[in-house]
Design a protein around this ligand. Structure first.
Ligand code: SF4
Length: 179
C-alpha cells in the first residue's frame, strides 16, 4: 500500500476524504495551519483534530509553528489574492516533510471544500510537488462535502464558521464566499 501524508486543515474536512483515501493509502495526517486566527481558534481546531484522529486510529503529526506577523504580511503583499500565500506556505511544508520522511505522495483535505479556490489550490499543489520532487495526489472531493458534513455532525465535531484567517473571519459577516 502506498503511503500518503495528508495535509489536514481541520477534522470536519478530514472526515470524507479519509473514508476514500484509506481504501488505497496508508494515510498519515499532517496539521500545519498558521492561517488560523485567533490563536484560541487554532487550538480549538487542533484539539478537535487530535480527538478525531485518536478515534479513527489515524497517525497525526502536528507542526504548531505560528508566525502570525509573517503570515499576515505575506498575505497582504502576495497578490492577486491572499490565499496564494496561504496555500503556498502550507503545501510547501507538507510536501517537504513528505519528501524527507519517505512518503510516496501528499495531498490535502482542502480539496473537499466548495469554499476554497479549488483550481488555484490544485495548481499550487502541483507546482510545489514539481519543486520538491514528490507526487501530489489529486482528487476532487467536493461531491462528498455534504457526506463529510453529516459525518462530522454524527461525530459531534466542532465545526468552524469561517475559513481560518482574520480576513475570512471578517468576511463571513459580509456573506462573501472565497471561491
Ligand atoms: S481565506 Fe482561507 S485559504 Fe484564504 S488566506 Fe484566509 S485562511 Fe487562507
Amino acid at each position: 500500500m502506498k503511503t500518503m501524508l495528508l495535509h489536514t486543515c481541520c477534522a470536519p474536512c478530514l472526515t470524507y476524504p479519509l473514508t476514500i483515501l484509506k481504501q488505497e493509502f496508508a494515510v498519515t495526517s499532517y496539521f500545519f495551519n498558521p492561517n488560523i486566527h485567533p490563536y484560541k481558534e487554532f487550538i480549538r481546531r487542533l484539539q478537535t483534530l487530535r480527538e478525531y484522529s485518536q478515534k479513527q486510529k489515524l497517525k497525526l503529526i502536528v507542526d504548531k509553528t505560528y508566525n502570525l506577523e509573517e503570515f499576515l504580511l505575506n498575505c497582504l503583499q502576495i497578490q492577486p489574492v491572499r490565499c496564494v500565500h496561504c496555500y503556498q506556505v502550507r503545501m510547501l511544508k507538507v510536501a517537504e516533510y513528505a519528501k524527507i520522511s519517505g512518503y510516496d505522495c501528499f495531498s490535502t483535505t482542502l480539496l473537499v471544500s466548495p469554499f476554497q479556490k479549488h483550481e488555484l489550490l490544485k495548481d499550487i499543489c502541483q507546482q510545489v510537488a514539481n519543486q520538491v520532487g514528490i507526487e501530489f495526489y489529486y482528487q476532487d472531493f467536493r461531491p462528498g462535502f455534504e457526506i463529510g458534513k453529516q459525518l462530522s455532525l454524527e461525530a459531534q465535531l466542532y465545526r468552524q464558521a469561517y475559513c481560518g484567517c482574520i480576513f475570512s473571519e471578517r468576511d463571513r459577516y459580509e456573506k462573501k464566499k472565497i471561491s
